[in-house]
Design a protein. Sequence first.
Length: 374
Amino acid sequence: MLGRDTSRPTWLEIHLENIKYNVRSIKRKVSDSRIIAVVKADAYGHGALPVSRAVMDAGVDYLAVAMVEEGEELRQGGIACPILVLGAIEPRQAARVVSNNLEATVFDPMTAKALSDAAGKNSRVDIHIKIDTGMGRLGVQPGRDLDRLLSVISRLKNLNVKGVYTHFAAADEFDKSYTNMQLSCFAGCLDRIKALNIAKPMVHGANSGAILDMPNTYYDAVRPGIILYGYYPSREVGQTVDLKPAMEWKTRIIFLKEVQPGCKLSYGGTYTTKRLSRIATLPVGYADGYKRAFGNKAQVLVRGRRAPVVGRVCMDQCLVDVTDIEGVRPGDEVVLMGSQGKEAIWADELAMWADTISYEILTTITKRVPRIYK
């Protein structure tokens, strides 16, 4: 078992072998395409350094992050493989990109010039041109803007165009018409780049949804995100890769009491007991990432059975009705996310109770919840 020990009775268990299993499943699916493992946002809450090492053990040799700071953290942790920064890079960050040997996303002339200047005369910066084919977020617009950017880059000798990519907005939806439109647009841009005799770059576009459903998007490399961590991006994609969730969230009962009928529980009294009840207090709340929206909606696992969260979730604690479960005692382990006995609750179900997505559940569990690696 890796990771710091903790006396706090609320913790995450990260199963690195499951992440390796997911990598191997993805590799079988994408065949010869290279995998760029997306480990941004602290590897979706799982821990960027341990996850990066795990995916590399499973054969991945390329990583992607959202910010320069995330790339620096990996370099400081001894990660030596290529790291692509997917997000925007400000000119003032260019020197840090160069000094940490990071690969930069470029979609405007200002960033291109700043990176070239930072590289100086004796080095080159690897860049990936990002094209906005329909996401509307970051990327150079096809047509005149792309031509202008390519013209600028061609005159900057300290830049090496290592990659060209786009990002799909709706690949995780059943209707693939919008993604096909993006693909058509991207193909036209690639033809334009080829016509300018730019050295053949690595082309990548497929996110998790496209990996599952659209082999025609694989190109030279794919960028799996949520599927690395054991989740499908939506209910509308084919489950064409076998996955294992890598994170379990556990706590312990710190207080157990008997409550008479008609008692209101937690802030605002949104739950009133209807019978003589046994109510357990758990040391986890919204400051840990256990959503306030879970109040009177979510369930947890106690002694292999489901128990409802009652009343509003507080900053540091929440309440669970264990009346129907025999033998419950203070100190009993409670599973907030994961499996216990024959039951399981995963991030998709938590997301349903909070009217959100599994990505948000995973990435908003805060740093005060210790991660234990297995």
